[in-house]
Design a protein around this ligand. Sequence first.
Ligand code: C2E
Ligand code: MG
Ligand code: MG
Ligand code: MG
Length: 288
Amino acid sequence: EAKRKGRNQTVVFRVDLLDAVSRRLQLEQALQEALNHQELEVWFQPIVDARNGKVVAMEALSRWFLDGIFVPPDEFIKIAEASGMITKLGKQVFDNVGASLADLRLNYPDLICNINLSVRQFRDSNLEEDIVDCATKYQLPSSAIHLELTESMIATSETEILPTMCALVDKGYKFHLDDFGTGYSSLERLRNLPFDTLKVDRSFITPLGKGDDVMVRNIINIGNELGMSLIAEGVETETEVHKLLQLGCWDIQGYYFARPMPLAKLKLWLAENQTQIAQQTFTQQKHT
Ligand code: C2E
Ligand code: MG
Ligand code: MG
Ligand code: MG
């Protein structure tokens, strides 16, 4: 009896494993196809200055609908990174963002777009060249594109990233530290890296609703001390907005203001809200 149970459990375990592996393999193949046919989309989520409703920037977020079904970016970006397809995906994102931003800037000349980057793009491709080529092709100044790196990337791959990052900073590109507070980087390291902005991770925003502001308060202090700008991510409620304004963080990204949306919908949103675009502010950075 025990033996039979044991054997059954083994079988069940193997089937589960096979399912996960085969889903991954199927998705990997399908992603390759989707990239070959340029089927991925880029959606845009506005970042709003809650003091005056002006749009500070928007974040480009990759979207993939496989046979009409949404595949979560956290899932396919991981597959793209592990398989090396992220460099191809990244180039398509640059081209899509370049074309969309050039179009949008005809009506909104100060509009900025943030692009997420992966470590493998630094390792496997000439990232600096790809970004500069995109800006040249679509006649965009370096101030129109901001680049997002997650804190966990910095913790594990700083030396790989730093030379290209510095070269791009020299050309006028600004870097944002994404998912800040989740990646265990030391403050000393943070001080020495040329980041312009900290993006406060959503996991610290949600507790605001329960009156727990300890993480956000301290992250805002760190940002202020280092002369960096701040963006709060994943803000969904009015309470969170009010709390953040009280604590001194006004640039806000989240469902409260707008969800990520395709270009056509973004144009309608901008028009309907008679949106004004914020002028870029120049932060005093203390990094050496
Ligand atoms: P991220 O860069 O931290 O992007 C913010 C994520 O929060 C997005 O998830 C966005 O849709 C979601 N979000 C925004 N506001 C809210 C809110 O109020 N509530 C909730 N619950 N979520 C909110 P998404 O689009 O699923 O993307 C997940 C991650 O995938 C991104 O996190 C980023 O790390 C990665 N990613 C997406 N597109 C790209 C890309 O083109 N290249 C690379 N390298 N990574 C990408
Ligand atoms: Mg991001
Ligand atoms: Mg983030
Ligand atoms: Mg994230």
